[in-house]
Design a protein. Structure first.
Length: 429
């Protein structure tokens, strides 16, 4: 049967959307080229991913092979330490998971298949469309899927390949950093940061690093400006090893570590397409845009994009596919929310990159010591911690009050502390 919707790409965005649409009774076809790298960025989730997993009925399975994640610790080269615990506001999810990405991606695909989505192993090709279609499947791809008629709607979930945008010549806005990440999995890498599963972000002499506890191993990555990386060595292996041996906050923890995977490289950070939908198509997940990985929002944004498509478009039923104006209005509403998500995440991440969070923390620590015992200080400190932690969890990220509170405190309340530029992640372009 001719599918209602064909999704190109079976990563988290494509498989999640396929599962959600299949739950609603849509006929869904997913093209999957079956090519997966051994390692993928996106191993640490934020709590806001949990409701989608629960809706799809996969949380218990994900839990069985993942590491419980209670929060995040930030260490700074100047010695500051900030700990965030999830769920500090009633009603928000108090945990997340650190996941082996290949298994997680397989789980999403398997669930979509259980719900009725059909997968075909083929790297789909597209071309500029004819008539009412702005873009369409190539004849080769139609034949590979056994289709004699074209699906009514195409979804680009090809990730950073941005297949539709490249075919149609749609531009994008990029972020302000020029960083590159090198990462791998290690055994015997010392990780003495309780409780179990706590992710550690370290602001280094150059750039920053992540440490993500996974079952039986630790995912370790270093993120540096592309020009600084060239001074670390000639290969990804040399560059990662150099950082581990020379950065003061990493070398003692890594001295007995044994690398058990290849070193992967990750580039091209923040990007948002100028347009994410058109007649007969829409872009979902990284195909539309992606944000810096510092606070682990990437995989959440993939799931959230699928959820927003479901809410704004497909909740109206299959009839919407025959109503071009209503279809376009639904995708425009989803795209507007995605823009707000991207702006909100980048605004929060920038507070970490430019040192503002650490300056605020130092201000709070000094005031607490100076006015020890005064209830007002404890209230302000707890209030700020709750909102920043809830923003990092995905619960309050877009909340206007939370964003305004952080901006207000930065603008008017920094006292007796290092200026933010002393805490900034260096260098930027």
């Amino acid at each position: 049967m001719t599918p209602d919707v064909a999704i190109l790409g079976a990563g988290p965005a494509g498989s999640t959307l396929a599962a959600l649409l299949s739950q609603r009774g849509f006929k869904v076809l997913v093209f999957d080229d079956a090519k997966r790298p051994e390692l993928l960025v996106g191993e640490s989730l934020v709590p806001a991913t949990v409701p989608v997993m629960q809706r799809l009925g996969i949380e218990e399975k994900v839990k069985s092979y993942s590491q419980h994640k209670p929060g995040v610790t930030f260490l700074h080269r100047h010695g500051s330490r900030v700990d965030f615990t999830f769920g500090v506001v009633a009603g928000t999810v108090p945990y997340a998971y650190n996941i082996p990405r290949p298994q997680f991606d397989d789980t999403l695909r398997e669930r979509a298949e259980e719900l009725g989505a059909r997968f075909v192993t083929h790297r789909a090709g597209v071309e500029k469309g004819e008539g009412t279609r702005e873009i369409q499947l190539s004849s080769e791809s139609l034949a590979a899927a056994g289709l004699t008629e074209h699906p009514r709607l195409l979804i680009d979930a090809t990730g950073r390949a941005r297949l539709f945008a490249r075919t149609l010549g749609i531009g994008a806005k990029t972020g302000e950093r020029s960083d590159v990440a090198y990462f791998a999995h290690y055994e015997n890498f010392k990780h003495d940061f309780p409780p179990d599963g706590q992710v550690v972000i370290t602001i280094l002499e150059q750039g920053w690093s992540w440490r993500i506890p996974l079952p039986g191993r630790l995912s370790v990555g270093v993120v540096v400006h592309k020009d600084a990386a060239k001074t670390y060595g000639n290969t990804p292996e040399e560059r990662l090893e150099y950082a581990l041996k020379n950065e003061p906050l990493l070398k003692e923890h890594s001295k007995d570590a044994r690398r058990v995977t290849p070193v992967m490289t990750y580039t091209n950070y923040q990007l948002v397409s100028d347009r994410g939908h058109g007649p007969g198509w829409a872009a979902c997940g990284d195909s539309f845009g992606f944000v810096d990985p510092m606070l682990s929002p990437g995989l959440f944004m993939a799931l959230e994009a699928a959820r927003l498509f479901d809410v704004h478009v497909f909740s109206k039923g299959a009839a919407v596919l025959d109503q071009p104006q209503e279809l376009a209005a639904g995708f425009a509403a989803a795209e507007a929310e995605l823009h707000d998500w991207h702006e909100s995440w980048w605004e929060l991440i920038r507070h970490f990159y430019d040192g503002g969070i650490f300056s605020m923390y130092e201000t709070g620590t000094n005031f607490s010591a100076q006015f020890k015992g005064w209830p007002g200080i404890n209230f302000v400190e707890n209030h700020m911690t709750k909102h920043i932690a809830s923003m990092a969890s995905g619960a309050f990220t877009r909340r206007r009050y939370s964003r305004g509170l952080v901006s207000f405190m930065r603008k008017y309340m920094l006292r007796n502390c290092r200026p933010p530029e002393d805490y900034a992640v260096l260098p930027v372009k």
